[in-house]
Design a protein around this ligand. Sequence first.
Ligand SMILES: NC(=O)c1ccc[n+]([C@@H]2O[C@H](COP(=O)([O-])OP(=O)(O)OC[C@H]3O[C@@H](n4cnc5c(N)ncnc54)[C@H](O)[C@@H]3O)[C@@H](O)[C@H]2O)c1
Length: 311
Amino acid sequence: MTGKTALVTGGAGFIGSHLVDRLVRDGMNVAVIDNFSTGKRSNLGSDATLYDVDICDENLLGVIEEISPDIVYHLAAQISVSVSTREPVEDARVNVMGFLNLLEALRATTLPRFIFSSTGGAIYGEPDRNPVSETDPCRPESPYAASKLAAEGYLGTYKAAYGLDYSIVRLGNVYGPRQEPHGEAGVIAIFARAMLARDQVKIFGDGEDERDYVYVSDIVEGFLKAAEKGGSTVYNLGSGIGTNVNELASRLIALTETSVSPEYGAPRAGDIHKVSLNAEKAREQLGWEVTVGLDEGLKSTVEFFQDEANR
Ligand SMILES: NC(=O)c1ccc[n+]([C@@H]2O[C@H](COP(=O)([O-])OP(=O)(O)OC[C@H]3O[C@@H](n4cnc5c(N)ncnc54)[C@H](O)[C@@H]3O)[C@@H](O)[C@H]2O)c1
């Protein structure tokens, strides 16, 4: 793909900006579409061409014609489970209608390969078994998860009706440098920043909820491998290991050397209790696996936030 053009929607965000860095390093021409609702200009170097535009914008087609991408990584989204439970229409406006607006603009041009950033942490609802596989039922318990599942459904339709070649990656709880505290899985960013500032952290529920935490560089690798393979299929990207919030908090307390202990609050609507992802399919078909363990990943993340606080 060297020399080809990749479009990253949401490229100024946490995961998107790491993906942009990698694609630039790999020699691709990279275009970014972002409306900076949560993304930051400072996340982007000067090597990507930036389009400050909303994916819901009626003039998106003109921008897509100008970029003329060979491949599209679609990460722009309303990413908060709790916002989605409060404002399901707003969630669907971006995650369904904005998504369709993008697909329609692509259909009117060259219909490039499409990689969709879906959610392994929310799409299955409360799984019958963990780690959960791609073939297990999807039972969304939040509007956010429902909008991601709707988008996945449309991809199948666009394949059948118009020949779109896509890959869906269902991500575990991604963490690492540049993560902001407002996302689906911002707990590590929230805790690390607060602990470094010696502020109190709050755990929703009893802290026994488990998630599958994956470091951002592994996720970027998964995006690239899924893009290379294509084939209109879906891959879980996770470690298969569930870590609970109490465990996470104690590891971060040790790393940040804080003496502040967490306080506990009511559980949040739409949150799943235990989920971890079976990524056997990604391992077999893509040769993908987690390479950065939680110890190493948490350490680099805390170092990043420490440097940020010192700047
Ligand atoms: N972080 C996770 O653990 C996780 C897990 C599963 C799935 N995902 C998905 O990965 C993607 C990236 O998430 P992230 O954690 O990097 O979040 P992020 O908020 O850092 O990135 C989202 C980006 O999309 C942009 N954006 C939002 N609405 C837009 C719109 N209408 N038009 C144009 N740009 C818009 C934001 O400004 C931001 O830069 C999202 O699709 C999210 O649902 C994330």
